[in-house]
Design a protein around this ligand. Structure first.
Ligand SMILES: *Cc1c(COP(=O)(O)O)cnc(C)c1O
Length: 408
């Protein structure tokens, strides 16, 4: 058995890239941003050949990290990969605050403390493979941190733009990990406009969500991993905190690829796209039956990672949610904070606010009968709760004048 999946070369099966809106084909192994139609590009594989090279048994025998899935990933050369230890994340039951059939996929265990590592380790490997030397990105925090870490390790220069109220810890970790980070008096899409402008001037490569094709492939591993962890089946429902939607789109793609390989059947989980009431463009579009979502004005929520007023992959998110029979739903900040506090106090698991939003949404779905208590549901906690402010409920003691210790 291999002790690491990063020894030696593994065959690649990418055939081409494809516009997610028009289906127009693009050559593999060349640097691409958005398609000519201004939409995300999706990576396509020769799955028949991949299925011959790889079986579920081969996979089961490999170490469980992200690189176990190499044949279903775009990186051609092992030397392109800059790894910080992308482990398989655990499924944690939360029987008290969630219920008997609720599992949290705890993505906070990944490098840089969030699942942005999955997308960026892949995008960075491809950038290195394709000769990129300078990258810029807008971020609400976690993506910038993951980019900074991997790019620094790869020797690629990075400039990161974040809204000026981005949590202090994110801004500092981005800087410590070697990126030049700017606070901008605007929201993430406005930071993205600055990145786009510099890219048009040829100053750097644009790494915005879904504007390069490979982050989806990294995020796709959440869906692959989930199927393997559950013994090659999927849960009844998935609750995903949705900003740009990379993970939801990626998982939906993963399920299709697994079915094409014959490793799972045609059943799919209901996909619940969870947003905050203060920034819910997908929910509004879903409710109005629209295929695209309009920008959400005056976006605000404690869950910074899902404060995304406008998403370039909006139609892909809405399509997946509709095809799955799920829904887009919004929860308010008070419900988010309450769910986060309950999970920590009752189940000992500290969620990030975006993760708390999925628990609040699960509770709402249960109330409305959109899921049943006996349905297995997976909630995505996409970052460690330790990165976020916590209420101070500490008490003080004077060691020179201690009270009766039985009262403590
Ligand atoms: C980025 C982020 C999200 C949203 O992820 P998308 O795939 O961009 O929708 C959710 N939670 C956390 C903690 C994040 O950092």
């Amino acid at each position: 058995m291999l002790t690491t999946n990063l020894e030696g070369e593994r065959p690649g099966f990418v055939t081409h890239l494809e516009c997610s809106l028009t289906g127009e084909r693009y050559e593999a192994d060349r640097l691409h941003g958005l398609s000519a139609a201004g939409r995300p590009l999706l990576v396509r594989y020769d799955l028949a050949a991949a299925g011959k090279a790889l079986s579920r048994d081969t996979l089961d025998a490999r170490p469980t990290d992200l690189w176990r899935w190499r044949e279903l990933l775009p990186v051609r050369r092992t030397e392109s990969i800059v790894s910080l230890g992308e482990i398989e994340t655990p499924l944690i039951p939360i029987p008290m605050s969630g219920g008997a059939n609720v599992l949290v996929k705890d993505e906070g265990r990944l490098p840089t403390g969030s699942f942005k590592a999955r997308g960026l380790v892949m995008a960075l490997a491809m950038a290195k493979e394709l000769g990129v030397t300078k990258i810029a990105m807008p971020t609400n925090g976690n993506a910038g941190a993951a980019l900074a870490a991997y790019a620094t390790r790869a020797g690629i220069e990075t400039v990161v733009f974040c809204p000026d109220d981005t949590p202090e810890i994110n801004v500092r970790e981005i800087a410590m990990q070697g990126a030049r980070v700017y606070r901008v008096n605007g929201l993430i899409d406005e930071c993205g406009a600055i990145v786009g402008r510099g890219a048009a001037e040829g100053l750097w490569f644009d790494f915005s969500t879904l504007k390069e094709p490979y982050r989806i492939e990294g995020k796709k591993t959440m869906g692959l991993e989930l199927a393997a962890q559950l013994g090659w089946r999927l849960p009844k429902a998935i609750f995903y905190p949705t900003g740009g939607g990379t993970g939801l789109i990626g998982m939906w793609k993963a399920f299709a690829e697994l079915e094409a390989l014959g490793w799972i059947g045609s059943e799919r989980p209901k996909m619940f796209a969870v947003q905050a009431s203060g920034c819910a463009p997908m929910v509004r579009a879903w409710e109005q039956g629209e295929e695209h979502a309009e920008r959400w004005e005056d976006a605000h929520t404690v869950a910074a990672g899902i404060r995304v007023p406008k998403a370039v992959g909006d139609f892909l998110i809405l399509r997946a949610v509709r095809e799955s029979g799920g829904r887009a739903l919004a929860v308010g900040d008070p419900a988010i904070l309450e769910a986060t506090a309950d999970c920590a106090a009752q189940d000992g698991l500290l969620l990030c606010p975006e993760g708390g939003a999925t628990l609040a949404a699960y509770r709402m779905a249960l109330q409305h009968g959109w899921v049943k208590p006996e349905d297995e549901a997976v909630l995505f906690n996409c970052a460690t709760g330790l990165k976020y402010p916590m209420p101070d409920t500490s008490r003080t003691l004077d060691q020179a004048a201690l009270p009766d210790l039985a009262t403590l």
